[in-house]
Structures are given as structure tokens and as C-alpha cells.
Design a protein around this ligand. Structure first.
Ligand code: ZN
Length: 489
């Protein structure tokens, strides 16, 4: 009898191994790279000119946070005038109108009936605080270059987008080129503070005229080199969605009084318990939606162990989700994240507060809503003395754009043309971009900056020693030029 059970178990195990082996062997990445990618016309660009212009663009201190000061506006106006004189062909060929300090350029295509497309970047930058200046190897607004890099605030985020697009268009116009479809360009001036007066106003203006783009392209991801360990090639993540944003005030209430006679329950004590419960119970997530698309595309390229796991999600999904939730960047792709950022209670050391408040920022995964996040928070805290309220204006997660559209294919093609052998995947932007505005007037919205990004570059975004490589500047202009040449109706 025992022998028979062992035999059955043995057979079941063999069958299981066989299924796992077959599924692993058949596991294949979806092909996002169109067959004729290699056939794209190579584009030769004037690298010295691009580098010099990028360096000059950095010298304009277009810090959006400083716009409260009328003097700072001069830097923005100066940059806009510099565009006019540096890109005369763009300026004379295209129509330009302004949405506050954000220019909208319209490059009329040969085919008036075809749906237009939108290519964008933002020229505002985050501050470079005085206290950190001595840690910059090149002053943040000096616009210095060496043999490999252009250094300075805004090079990555996002003057490479603005300069890359302008250089590509200027070059093509000089060669007598006109696109098939009409191409709009929007260069936002306040992305870093939400984009309402720039991209938001521009979208409102175009939307009021019924302009609807086939697709839009904005910043939001890069070619990730060695960022996901274990992959044989860099990953170009063309992002099809972006997370939303809501901040909640978690307010614990109590009687208050003198600290010499504390009751067993205090506002600060209840708040601490509430925050602890929130951290211990993340918003549920998993390998679904845009996140699943990303890993389905990337996973077959991994080594054998990961391939076995991803190919057999019917069996190993809980293990995979546990592992991916363990690291910050992959966790952020999996779920709505919970980040307590501010605390406030008594102003005096010997007074018990009647209220203690924790401010918690959530980045909302496209599968969730503001309401579902609040419901999760309330059920996890589960304390009638703790109130949950929305702070400020939430942003909804974006719709998820198609990874099969003509637009996506064109971007994929141009990426392969400029960057060669990379793994192409659709992905999710975990922070916010101006695409939250652009998606209102675009059938599909894509987020991708044509630049390479290694593990030590993460801290340069909004950080110290921001820089862009000269090789990437060259590839960026090639990338944008190939897209402009490829937008047929
Ligand atoms: Zn940016």
C-alpha cells in the first residue's frame, strides 16, 4: 500500500516537473520589435552643435519652484528667446502659440486628413540647493562639458527632451523635410510643480479646438542598463501608463491635557499604531496589468531560475510577487505604494495634543482608485478615533495605452535604430509626468526618454551631478528624427 502511494506521488512529481520544463521551454517574450527595425535609415547628426546647444540650454536657470519670484521669469523668457534664435528653421516653419510660458509648436504635415501626433519635453528644472553646491563636480548651471558628458541641472530631466526634439526638427527642416502627419510640440515650463499652467493650459487650448492626437510622447523612462540584475542586454522601457497620486491626512484624536497625567490612550500613541498598521499592510498588488506586461516581456531574457519561475506563474506567482515586493523599484511597479512623509502633534513637550496627524503619500497603481485606497486605509487602521481625509488635489492613475499601436511600434523601431540591441518592453512610470495632461487629448500616451541609465544614475535625477552623456545626446536626436520621419498617415 505504502509503495503504491509512493509510486503515485512519484508519478505526480514527474508530471509536475515535465509541465514546468515544457512551460519553461515554450516561454517566449512577446515581440514588440517590428521585423523591419534594422532597416531604418541611419541618421547622421552634428554632435558638436548638439553638445554646444545643450550646454547653453543648461545655463538658463529655469527653476519652476522659483516662478513665484517675477525676476526668475526672466530666465524662462530668456530661454524661449534663445530657442527662437538657435532654431530659426523651426521658428519660421512652424506655427507657435503660447500657453503662459509654455510654447506650442505646430509643424503642419503633408497629409492634412491624418491624425496629428504630439512630441513633448519640459524645460523647467528642480532647484540645485545652495547647501549642496560644493558637492557638484561642475556647477549646476555653468553648462560645462568634458569629453564624455554635458553636466548640469536639467540635463536628464528634461532638457534632453526639449533640445533633442528641437535639434532633430531643425536638422530635418534644413534638409527640406516635411512630415506626413502634423506634429505638435509642447515644451512645458512647470512640470516639476504639477504642470497645470504649462502642459495643462496647452492641452486645454488644443482640446477646446477638438485637436485629438493619435499618440503623445513625453519623458518617463529610459534605456535601463544593469538596473535589473541578471539581464543580458539593456532594457528599453517604453512606458504605457503612469501612477496616480493622493496624499491622506491620518488624524488621531484624544482628550489632550497635561503630560504629567497621561491617559492610557493618547493621540500620538493611536497615530503610531495607525501608521504601523499601514506599513505592515501594504495596498494589495501583484503581477497584473501594465506590470504583468513589463515582466512578461523581460522575464524570458533572464537566467534559467527566473525563467522557470516566470514561465510557471500558475505555480510560483506567490513566490515571485513576494520577491518583487521586497525591493523598492519593483515593489513600486507592483502596487500602490504607502509613504508616510510628515508628522505633526503637540507644539509643546509637556502638553498632550488633542490631535496628531500623519501625512501619507500614496502613488496609485492603475488598477486602484482614490476611493479604493481610502477604503484600504480605513479598514487597515480600523480605529474610530482615527480620521482619514484627502489632502490637496489627487491625480488619478493614467489610462493604460496600447503596446500594439502603430505609435508604439514606431517608438520601438526608433529605439532599436538609435540604441541597437536592447530588450524592448512596455512599462509603468511610477512617478508623475506631464503625460497626465497629454493623455486627455491623445488616444495613446507614451513615456520614454532616449537615454541610457545605469544604477548610479538614479541619484542624479533631481540630485547632485546631474549629467547626460554625449553619446546619448547623439542617439536622442537620431531617435527623435527617425520618429519624425516615420510618422506617416
Ligand atoms: Zn521631468
Amino acid at each position: 500500500m505504502t509503495l503504491r502511494i509512493l509510486k503515485i506521488l512519484g508519478l505526480a512529481l514527474a508530471a509536475l516537473i515535465l509541465v514546468i520544463a515544457v512551460k519553461t521551454a515554450l516561454y517566449k517574450a512577446p515581440d514588440y520589435a517590428p521585423a523591419d527595425a534594422a532597416a531604418m535609415t541611419p541618421v547622421t547628426v552634428d554632435v558638436d552643435r548638439i553638445v554646444a546647444n545643450m550646454a547653453e540650454a543648461v545655463t538658463y536657470e529655469t527653476v519652476a519652484q522659483h516662478l513665484v519670484d517675477p525676476l526668475a521669469e526672466g530666465q524662462f523668457r530668456g530661454f524661449l528667446e534663445w530657442i527662437e534664435t538657435t532654431y530659426p528653421a523651426v521658428h519660421s516653419t512652424m506655427d507657435r502659440e503660447m500657453a503662459n510660458l509654455t510654447p506650442i509648436y505646430k509643424w503642419t504635415g503633408k497629409n492634412a486628413d491624418a491624425q496629428p501626433v504630439l512630441m513633448t519635453g519640459h524645460y523647467d528644472v528642480v532647484p540645485a540647493p545652495e547647501a549642496e553646491r560644493e558637492r557638484w563636480t561642475h556647477a549646476p548651471f555653468a553648462g560645462e562639458t568634458d569629453a564624455e558628458f554635458v553636466w548640469g541641472r536639467g540635463t536628464i530631466d528634461d532638457k534632453i527632451g526639449v533640445i533633442g526634439l528641437l535639434e532633430a526638427a531643425e536638422m530635418l527642416i534644413a534638409e527640406g523635410f516635411q512630415p506626413e502627419r502634423t506634429i505638435y510640440f509642447i515644451f512645458g515650463h512647470d512640470e516639476e510643480i504639477g504642470g497645470a499652467n504649462g502642459a495643462g493650459a496647452a492641452v486645454e487650448l488644443l482640446g477646446s479646438r477638438g485637436v485629438q492626437m493619435a499618440w503623445s510622447l513625453d519623458e518617463g523612462s529610459m534605456v535601463l542598463d544593469d538596473v535589473l540584475p541578471g539581464l543580458p542586454a539593456p532594457v528599453a522601457s517604453i512606458n504605457v501608463a503612469e501612477k496616480g497620486y493622493v496624499t491622506l491626512n491620518i488624524t488621531a484624536k484624544a482628550t489632550g491635557g497635561h503630560s504629567s497625567l497621561p491617559p492610557s490612550e493618547t493621540a500620538v500613541g493611536s497615530l503610531a499604531v495607525a501608521v504601523e498598521r499601514l506599513m505592515a499592510n501594504p495596498v494589495p498588488g501583484g503581477l497584473t496589468d501594465a506590470t504583468a506586461e513589463f515582466f512578461d516581456a523581460v522575464a524570458p531574457e533572464f537566467g534559467m531560475v527566473q525563467r522557470v519561475l516566470f514561465a510557471n506563474q500558475w505555480l510560483f506567482r506567490p513566490v515571485l510577487e513576494g520577491v518583487l515586493s521586497g525591493s523598492g523599484p519593483t515593489n513600486a511597479m507592483m502596487r500602490t505604494t504607502t509613504a508616510p512623509t510628515m508628522l505633526q502633534a503637540s507644539l509643546t513637550e509637556n502638553v498632550l495634543p488633542t490631535e496628531a496627524v500623519a501625512v501619507v503619500n500614496f502613488r496609485i497603481h492603475p488598477r486602484d482608485t482614490v476611493e479604493s485606497v481610502i477604503a484600504h486605509v480605513e479598514s487597515v487602521i480600523d480605529d474610530p478615533d482615527v480620521e482619514v481625509s484627502v489632502r490637496g488635489e489627487p491625480t488619478l492613475p493614467s489610462p493604460v495605452s496600447s503596446s500594439e499601436s502603430e505609435g508604439f511600434q514606431l517608438l520601438a523601431q526608433a529605439t532599436l535604430g538609435a540604441f541597437g540591441d536592447v530588450i524592448l518592453v512596455p512599462g509603468l512610470t511610477v512617478a508623475g509626468t506631464d503625460s497626465k495632461h497629454f493623455s486627455k487629448i491623445s488616444d495613446d500616451s507614451y513615456r520614454f526618454n532616449p537615454m541610457t541609465f545605469g544604477p548610479d544614475d538614479l541619484s542624479r535625477i533631481h540630485g547632485i551631478n546631474e549629467r547626460v552623456s554625449i553619446a546619448d545626446l547623439e542617439r536622442a536626436v537620431q531617435f527623435y528624427a527617425q520618429i519624425m520621419m516615420g510618422v506617416d498617415g
